[in-house]
Ligand binder design. Structure first.
Ligand code: NAD
Length: 297
């Protein structure tokens, strides 16, 4: 029997645990607050930002919503970030990516106060993660780690193959899984578009994490019996549906399920975990900045 890992349920448990932390902060007069900054040419970004704001509101986290016209000079975005850095009531800052071509995304990220960088993308936070002393674990990799834990997968000594080496998923996930301690101690292989024999790498793994952005790249023929499969991919493909498309992962679910002992679905796997871990980081930021200790899941 293949276990379909229920990301919605696991994320729900994390949100329930965070509720207590938010309440404790509020009891101490601290209203945890996330600022979202939207200046993105991707039409989906607006939906992502409003979902993140709704998640916050449901948990009792305040939001500040800043939107800039797409043709604003880069300096306006930098100035917005700097104002939010100085804003006492703001604990976390999230600039929705991608930003327009005339803005350098690295310049934006480097301007975010590392203590408020709840995405964990600032070079200081990346450095801390690599050094094994993370301040904010990036949301998607952290969500994957929590999913594995909740599904009872012991990463210690496990061979994990990650397909994808991006700065937001593949690389930080490799760091988290390599770290000493619970949820780490794995032997990690990171594959990418220049990897010569991907199937050889996925077949030797106890855990395969697909984060390539290629619809159904990993199928059952590339997996060994009993593997655990985590599908990070979210790809819009043409389909005969009301919207004219459907969302598919980077894993071919049917054939992979025949080999896997456990697998995440798309949607309902990694996506809700990413959202839950953003809440986690915002609560953590509020706790650290206010000096009010809270228990975090
Ligand atoms: P990216 O485009 O930045 O990186 C993709 C990586 O995959 C690259 O390192 C590339 O070398 C590698 N790759 C591409 N084709 C490959 C191939 N044929 N074989 C091996 N490696 C290959 O993408 P990203 O931002 O890391 O996102 C990856 C996927 O995860 C996308 O579908 C994205 O939508 C999804 N995603 C989902 C969540 C979530 O919360 N569920 C969060 C972030 C990203």
């Amino acid at each position: 029997m293949t276990d379909v890992i229920d990301g919605d349920a696991i994320a729900g448990e994390i949100r329930d645990e965070l509720e207590g932390a938010v309440q404790r902060l509020r009891d101490e007069g601290v209203a945890p607050t996330l600022a979202t900054v939207l200046m993105s040419p991707d039409p989906a970004s607006e939906t992502y930002v409003s979902m993140k704001q709704r998640d916050c509101e449901e948990l009792g986290i305040e939001t500040r919503d800043v939107e800039l016209p797409l043709d604003s000079p880069a300096g306006d975005l930098y100035a917005t970030v700097e104002e939010l850095n100085d804003g006492d009531g703001v604990h976390g800052i999230l600039v929705q990516m991608p930003v327009p071509d005339h803005v350098d995304d690295r310049e934006v990220i480097e301007r975010i106060d590392p203590a408020k960088d709840v995405d964990g993308f600032h070079p200081e936070n990346v450095g801390r993660l690599v050094a094994g002393n993370p301040r904010f674990e990036p949301c998607t990799p952290h969500g994957v780690q929590k999913l594995l834990d909740a599904a009872g997968v012991d990463t210690e000594g496990a061979d994990v193959t990650i397909v994808g080496r991006s700065d937001i998923v593949g690389k930080p996930l490799a760091n988290l899984l390599l770290d000493k301690g619970p949820g780490g101690n794995a032997t990690v292989t990171v594959c990418h578009s220049r990897t010569e024999d991907l199937t050889a790498k996925t077949r030797e793994a106890d855990v395969v994490v697909a984060a390539a952005g290629v619809p159904e790249l990993v199928d059952g023929s590339m997996l060994s019996e009993g593997v655990v499969v985590i599908d990070v991919g979210v790809n819009q493909v043409d389909a005969d549906t009301e919207k004219g498309y459907e969302l598919v992962g980077d894993v071919e679910f049917e054939s992979a399920s025949e080999k896997a002992s456990a697998i995440t679905p798309v949607p309902g796997g990694v996506g809700p975990m990413t959202r839950a871990m953003l809440l986690h980081n915002t609560v953590k930021a509020a706790s650290e900045q206010s000096g009010v200790d809270v228990e975090l899941p």
